[in-house]
Every structure is written in C-alpha cells, then in structure tokens.
Ligand binder design. Structure first.
Ligand code: AMP
Ligand code: MN
Ligand code: MN
Ligand code: MN
Length: 275
C-alpha cells in the first residue's frame, strides 16, 4: 500500500517550497509517491529525486489551448531532458516573461506600483506566473494578501489579467505520448461534463483528474464514473503550492489516490515505452 499525491508544485514554478523540501515535506506527511507537476517546467524533478525521501514521478502541468480556452494538462513519466520538450518549455517561459511585462504595465496604469525587479526576486529562475506578481504586490504593500491581488487585479477576466499564447492540446499530447508519458486533464470542475471528457479523449488525453481540492464529492464521483465508462484513467492530487498559499487547498497528505490508479497509469506508460 502507498499514499500517493499526483499534483504538487515547487519553486521550480509558482510553489513556495524548494523541490528538495517538497520531497521532505511529502515524506513527513506520510506520502510514499508524489508527482512533481510544476507549470511548464520539469526542472525541479532532479532535485526532488535527489532528496530521496519519497518516490518522485517526473511530471508537468502544461497550459494548453482547447475549444473553451485554457486547459491545464498534467503530463506524467516524462524524461527530465528532451530537446522537443525543452524547446516547448523555453517558448512558454518567454511568453510568460512577455506577459508579466504587460501585466506590470496594466498594473501601473491602475495605480499599482510593482517593479520588474520585485517580480524577478519572487520568481527566481522559475517561469513567471501570476502568483509571483501577486507576492510582489503583497511585499510592496500594494495589497494585503495574495487573494486580494487575484480578486482585484489578476484573476481570469480581471483588469490586469493578460492572456498568453498556448500550444494546442493535441501538440502537447503528441509530444508526451512520443516520450512514453501519460496525460490527464486537471481540475475540470464544472467544465467536466461527459461530452468534455469524450472530446478530450478524442484529442488523445489519457486520464481525468478526479480528486482535487476544488472538486466536491459529487463532482469527483461523476468524473470517476464517466472516466470508467469512457475507458479513461483516473488521477488526483492536492495541487499543493506550500502551506501558506492557495486558500482552500489542503495540507499535504490529506489527499491521496488509490494505488490502483497509479498502477494503471504505470501500465500504460510501460506499454508506451515497450517495456
Ligand atoms: P499563471 O500560471 O500565471 O496563469 O497563474 C495561475 C496560477 O495562479 C495557478 O496555478 C494558481 O497557482 C494561482 N492562482 C490562480 N487563481 C488564484 C487565486 N484566486 N488565488 C491564489 N492563487 C491563484
Ligand atoms: Mn500554480
Ligand atoms: Mn492548474
Ligand atoms: Mn497545479
């Protein structure tokens, strides 16, 4: 038996905890297997693995474009170095940097003073995400909290929200499959209808994230049933970014997926790599 969490973030993207400390915290919380799934990067995985407190699956949360806009697509069992993947990450990193500049412009027009330097300090080497900008806004005293930064300015549709170009779902699916990896549609929430799952499956998506802090029991049980009916695999995770952030998120170890779900993901991965 194992305790498994397939959706975690570190400072390699917008998490608050360094990859090695994510592995330590996970082990302390009783987890035996985790997937590190940072946004548009896989750079934290080697460090998390070296900490060796827990088994670490190499994952990534890709932002991809689908018919309604942005989908978060989890990729699992990825190689830590691949030319095509690295090219995709480099491109997204530069789109994120461009977008951050535009967000800072908008904020300035809205009377919110945050400098590129302050954001860089928050992001370090990570691809820049809105949470880094939100943290810089808190640091500079422009807002009282991360949630205020999102609610007033940065949330989707907010006055300082700027879209960024995204790769299509099919192109990311095809890269991940070529590498032997497996994909799962993350936190679909109310978008998660049977028809949505069917269309994502047609696009080549392998699995659905059933368990997620944003899914109540009804949502999770619907997704679970439809996934089984359609022959899709199931994943789940805490989407942990650190204990301080993302209100409503649960502490590490409080969300775990059945080991059979992981076994099925691994079987598919093995079949893909021909092992
Ligand atoms: P980005 O990758 O720049 O599009 O930013 C999206 C990230 O912002 C998500 O992965 C979450 O970590 C975070 N986020 C989104 N909405 C909120 C919110 N309302 N409060 C706090 N963090 C949020
Ligand atoms: Mn995030
Ligand atoms: Mn997400
Ligand atoms: Mn996430």
């Amino acid at each position: 038996m194992g305790v498994v969490d397939l959706h975690l973030h570190s400072t390699a993207s917008d998490g608050e905890v360094a990859p090695r400390d994510v592995a330590r915290a996970a082990a302390r919380a009783g987890l035996t297997t985790i997937a590190l799934t940072d946004h548009d990067t896989i750079e934290g995985v080697a460090e998390a693995r070296a900490a060796a407190h827990v088994r670490v699956i190499a994952g990534c949360e890709f932002g991809v474009e689908v018919w309604w806009g942005e989908l978060h697509l989890l990729g699992y069992f990825l190689p830590t170095h691949d030319a095509e993947l690295d090219g995709l990450f480099a491109k997204q990193r530069s789109h994120r940097l461009e977008r951050a500049r535009e967000i800072l412009n908008r904020l300035q027009h809205l009377g919110v003073a945050v400098s590129a330097e302050q954001v860089r300090e928050q992001a370090g080497d990570a691809p820049i995400g809105r949470p880094h900008i939100a943290r810089a806004m808190v640091e500079s005293g422009e807002v009282g909290s991360i949630s205020e930064a999102f609610d007033r300015y940065l949330a989707d549709g907010g006055p300082a929200c700027v879209p960024r170009p995204l790769p299509g779902v099919e192109s990311v699916v095809s890269i991940v499959r070529r590498l032997g990896g497996v994909t799962s549609a993350a936190h679909l929430k109310r978008r998660g209808t049977r028809e949505t799952l069917r269309r994502l499956q047609q696009a080549g998506v392998d699995a659905v994230e059933v368990l997620h802090p944003a899914h109540d029991e009804k949502t999770a049980s619907r997704l679970r049933d439809w996934a089984s009916e359609l022959g899709m695999l199931k994943t789940g995770g805490s989407d942990w970014h650190g204990d301080g952030s993302n209100p409503g998120r649960r502490p590490l170890g409080s969300l775990s997926v059945p080991t059979e779900w992981l076994d099925e993901l691994e079987d598919l991965h093995s079949r893909r790599v021909g092992a």
